[in-house]
Design a protein around this ligand. Structure first.
Ligand code: NAG
Ligand code: NAG
Ligand code: NAG
Ligand code: NAG
Ligand code: NAG
Ligand code: NAG
Length: 468
């Protein structure tokens, strides 16, 4: 610091104060007159520099203090971190195994409460060591589940959740009131209340061995071209890829498996326009589906044979079997699902950005500029791998889970018009085989189509307002 000070002083004298002095001869000597004021010690400057050094020292001291403080605090913070990590571990395990949803935690809690009630009854009647042990065990389990729930609502999660909620509201605002449900005369208010037993049951025309694919009826009312057509889209290669769609002009032809037309929309099973995973839907004059090894949705025009595509929005859109439908059995490469309803076309998928939870994007075909667009995106809190399938009705997404080999259950709904969700549903769907490859709703007749291993099933959906 002394050296620095010296340097500053020297430089301050050197540059501004140098002066040329001329001498003269006086009695054999050279005399020159010096203006001594230039040598005067620059006290004000010194004072200034000294002050600078002091303040510098002060801030250095402050910095030093802060450093000491942080290095003392850091281990404490790290300890806290370690503690949190340890407490979160069971929760993380569930999460990484794809088994976790807040819903499943809550359900576990409810189930345990019921168990405790049952145990209490037995305990009050018998009151022996066995029932005491049982009672304690249930208590301990319940506390554990409650703890997991409180950890779950820690600040970071809450903040993120608020953010998601706001984001969804913004997306909803984009569509209200111009073109959404309020305006859509075909949309019923209220959720699905009941689903009939299968009203159509048929083995896939390609045979029962093709366990993955999708099928349905033309989903657009106004469409002239394929007005009442039924279509089947099996995944002929490894139960993952398909490049053809089979069309029947009438229900009778479809049921009899006669008079079909086959459309080929990709030249091979690894072509960029190949269909990957069970997810297709026929809407108007085009088949919409997830395209080969990409985050894209394709639109194959049955009239022009042209394929157009759009990339889905989101950070780390899952494809290539990253976020398939999984509840019981994972259905290979069912990452991106395309659906149609009264309000138009939708893509259901999951992103890393939304922690593997379901994301809903609205698709629009702009026929003027021949472009497939995404207009809005909502983020749900439903872990995609924890549902067996999903479909859209009037802007509401419904998700199903496996109950047993012969039954699925609609258990969750997310309304894009309000951003609200309901996970208290329990609407059963009977089926004939274990796994559900695809499930989609048809707005023209309010039927639901299921590709159930090699079986094709259809159901009638009922709504609250119709029952009233
Ligand atoms: C000495 O120098 C100072 C400033 O450089 C000047 O103001 C002053 O007039 C000079 N004195 C003489 C005697 O030349
Ligand atoms: C974490 O901290 C809490 C309270 O601060 C303590 O009760 C608990 O035992 C700690 N857990 C671990 C795993 O260190
Ligand atoms: C069971 O018996 C113990 C002692 O015999 C008693 O303290 C306890 O309250 C009883 N519990 C119930 C649930 O009856
Ligand atoms: C729902 O549908 C099932 C089967 O079709 C029927 O048995 C049941 O009564 C219906 N429930 C309601 C509430 O409509
Ligand atoms: C769709 O996207 C294209 C290209 O970005 C754009 O020109 C067109 O206006 C969009 N259409 C709609 C309906 O958003
Ligand atoms: C389709 O048309 C039928 C009658 O033509 C009508 O009852 C139905 O509500 C329409 N559905 C849609 C989604 O446009």
């Amino acid at each position: 610091m002394l050296q620095l000070l010296l340097l500053l002083l020297l430089s301050s004298t050197a540059d501004s104060q140098s002066q040329r002095v001329s001498g003269y001869k006086k009695a054999n000597a050279c005399v020159c007159q010096l203006n001594s004021t230039m040598w005067v010690f620059p006290a004000p400057k010194f004072k200034y520099v000294l002050e600078e050094v002091h303040t510098c020292e002060e801030s250095l001291n402050n910095l030093q203090e802060e450093l000491t403080f942080s290095s003392q605090r850091l281990p404490l913070i790290q300890d806290q971190f370690t503690n949190f990590t340890a407490r979160l571990e069971p929760y993380n395990y569930l999460h990484s195994q794809g088994l976790y949803t807040e819903l499943s935690l809550r359900q576990l809690g409810q189930e345990l409460s019921q168990l405790q009630v049952d145990i209490d009854v037995v305990h009050s009647q018998l009151n022996n060591s066995e029932t005491q042990k049982l009672s304690k065990e249930a208590d301990r389990l319940h506390k554990h589940v409650n703890k997991m729930q409180t950890i779950d609502t820690l600040n970071m999660k809450t903040v993120k959740e608020k953010l998601r909620y706001l984001k969804n509201n913004v997306e909803t605002c984009k569509s209200i009131p111009k073109d959404f449900r309020v305006q859509d005369k075909h949309c019923v208010r209220g959720l699905i209340t009941n689903i009939s037993d299968p009203i159509t049951t048929k083995v896939s025309p390609h045979g029962k061995s093709y366990i993955s694919g999708s099928w349905g009826k033309q989903a657009q009312n106004e469409s002239e071209g394929q007005k009442n057509s039924y279509w089947v889209q099996p995944l002929l290669s490894s139960h993952i890829w398909g490049n053809t769609v089979r069309l029947y002009q009438t229900y009778e032809d479809f049921m009899a498996s006669t008079n079909h037309r086959e459309f080929t929309f990709a030249s091979s099973y690894s072509h960029p326009s190949t269909n990957e995973g069970p997810n297709a839907v026929l809407y108007g004059e085009a088949l919409y589906y997830h395209c080969y090894r990409s985050a894209d949705v394709c639109r194959y025009d049955l009239e022009t044979n042209e394929v157009k595509r759009v990339t889905l929005p989101g950070t780390g859109v899952g494809f290539n079997n990253k976020f398939p439908y999984c509840y019981y059995d994972c259905r290979l490469n069912s990452d991106i699902d395309v659906e149609a309803d009264e309000t138009g076309l939708w893509a259901l998928y999951a992103t890393i950005g939304n922690h593997g939870n379901l994301v809903i994007s609205r698709l629009v075909w702009d026929s003027e500029v021949k472009s497939l667009n995404v207009t809005q995106t909502w983020e749900t809190r439903l872990f995609k791998k924890a549902v067996s399938n999903a479909f859209m009705v009037c802007g509401v997404m419904y998700a199903t889970r496996y109950v047993n080999e012969y039954r699925e259950e609609v258990f969750y709904a997310f309304d894009t018009a309000t951003g609200k969700e309901d996970n208290s549903l329990a609407i059963p769907l009977e089926k004939v085989a274990k796994a559900v490859a695809s499930l989609s709703y048809n707005p023209t007749n309010k039927q639901i189509y299921m590709y159930n291993d090699g079986y094709l099933l259809a159901y009638q959906a009922y709504f609250r307002s119709e029952a009233l």
